[in-house]
Design a protein around this ligand. Sequence first.
Ligand code: NAD
Length: 328
Amino acid sequence: MDERFLVTGALGCIGAWTVRHLVREGVPVVALDQATDARRLRLIATAEEVAAVRFVQGDITSLDSVEAVLDEHRITHVAHLAALQVPFCRANPPLGALVNVVGTVNVFEAVRRRSDRIWGLAYMSSIGMFDAGDGDPIDGTLRVDAAAHPRTLYGVTKLANEGTARVYWLENGVASVGLRPLTVYGPARDQGLTSGPTRAIGAALLGRSFEIGFGGATLFQFAPDVAAAVVAAARSASGGAEVYNLGGTPASIDDFIATVESEVPEARGRITHTGPGLPFPDRIDDAGSEALGERTWTPLRDGVRRTAALFRERLARGELRPVDVGLE
Ligand SMILES: NC(=O)c1ccc[n+]([C@@H]2O[C@H](COP(=O)([O-])OP(=O)(O)OC[C@H]3O[C@@H](n4cnc5c(N)ncnc54)[C@H](O)[C@@H]3O)[C@@H](O)[C@H]2O)c1
């Protein structure tokens, strides 16, 4: 039987890349989002690719909406990415909990009711559910089975998502795969706590200065690689409630800025950073994620170069607005 994917949060950064990935594979994809502006997808995909997508405006806090889209489009795989990121949860905690926790329960419940015909469910957790001290006491590395002590409401909601997945497997046999990215970067990453590095590249190309709001080190993950992992995760969910940390390039923010300066001459002297490191572990063990198949993690230098090239190309066509790089 043919695959038909539903992507929730499809108009966000990782959602747009996931949709593009599926369209390029020739897989029918339905893009569900509460928002209607497909600017992130238009930034990274051709007009023909955008035209191949079925857009549905819907809110995951409504179980009816999620069920309707699954039935109407006879969905076989779900990539559940819709969520409110750290600053949005902080600004409106009840809404953050509603979207991230209840919305995720709705997705699992809607899938449970159709488990005879939905073969794969992937959802996004986050390294953001851990505290910086949750790494191994000897070497600081965060193992996949580390106990989480979230410091943000967002982290609490992601921890709840992993619990939801576990309970739906134990009580209902709904298999799923959860992924925990850390600092996703690349075109279309324009909002959220860890969007600063990407916005800095865009700002530099628009001739502006930019201060990244954190220091220390983190794990950089190029958005198209994360999208490929999401699709592989949905296809691999066949038993259990698996969760994987993801690979990427570990680097300090100083190294990131130096990389950008060497790849993007316009950026020289324009990017600074301030503040302490992110309140999450920065050394991540992605052991086990090989279950998703062989993954490519684009080296940071290549990802920065490709991000700048896409921005530069849009700029030359007069199509790169500040909002496209998260500056408004
Ligand atoms: N970007 C990262 O570095 C990162 C790191 C760890 C985890 N994640 C997780 O990955 C997922 C995708 O992240 P992103 O960077 O693409 O986020 P994003 O903020 O760019 O996109 C989120 C999308 O969800 C949509 N949405 C919000 N509430 C909704 C609702 N009630 N119903 C339907 N759609 C709704 C938004 O309109 C938006 O398009 C999220 O679950 C996020 O928590 C991201």
